[in-house]
Design a protein around this ligand. Sequence first.
Ligand SMILES: [Zn+2]
Ligand SMILES: [Zn+2]
Length: 328
Amino acid sequence: MDQPSHISVILDLSPSQWHLSSLPQNPYPLSLKSFLAQVLAFLNLHIASKHENTLAIFGAFPGKSVMLYSSTDPASDSSDSGSPNIYRPFEIVDSRVVTRIEEELESIDDSQEEAPIGLVGALTKALCYINRIKHPTPSTQSNGTTVEDPATLPDPRILILSVSPDLSTSYIPIMNSIFSAQKLKIIIDVCKIYGPDTVFLEQAAHLTGGSYVYLERRDALLQHLVMSHLPSPALRKLMAVPTQDKIDFRAACFCHKNIVDVGFVCSVCLSIFCRPVAVCTTCRTKFPMSTLRRLDAYLPRAAKQANGTAKTSAPPTPTATGLPSTPR
Ligand SMILES: [Zn+2]
Ligand SMILES: [Zn+2]
């Protein structure tokens, strides 16, 4: 409980979503500028609460993702003369993050349609970064200290601040990231600030033991961040942190990347399809015609049933139980 903690924050910086979020017809309009001011105050609190706490900030921009800041990066200690009235680490984080975001947003070409948000890239970078700090190699210890005792390594978590809707093409990479996070024992917390609930991030939080919260009162962003995300996960077990009990477990089909209520699962590789297929496109297994006919007959009824099922329940997934004719 007394351990230092690491937090990797992923900021969703889609210009179009932030524009929509700042419109005055929203119940609680929130602009990117005000969002950044509150997030930076939260991150400063994280650094201030324990000297050994570490921090990394990743930005998801349209079509790309970048690391905006990391406290273990030697470049972050560069000493350009700052204001004597501000605690130096706060100043470094604030100025670096704001400058990098401005540079990236200015480089976006306005003439084209906005590319899909690079959330998966940012998530993958955060996982790689945490993997590196969790497994320090002797060569990274430039100051001559011995390899760190695993007990003193920070307790890592990822916080995603999301404003973009789900991108169904990213279902498989997000699932793979979730499995990596589970293996590394990393908790993924999600705070949904604007837009519809995202099914995949709900699942990411649920499967890694994190919390997913849809922020209703966006004027209370900083308060929410401090109350729910500042305490380390170990401490959070002792507190009544707001969470969401409804989780949408639906998956996206591998063929069209649509989110499906009823899917057909390959009995060999567990790929999900929205309708019965003769040959699995992932593992090339062929299914007998009799199985396909049986499942085809099931399809319209299944689609009708699916419309009536509750959103929260796990979908019934009729499995292609027929034995594959040519298993590889
Ligand atoms: Zn499909
Ligand atoms: Zn298959």
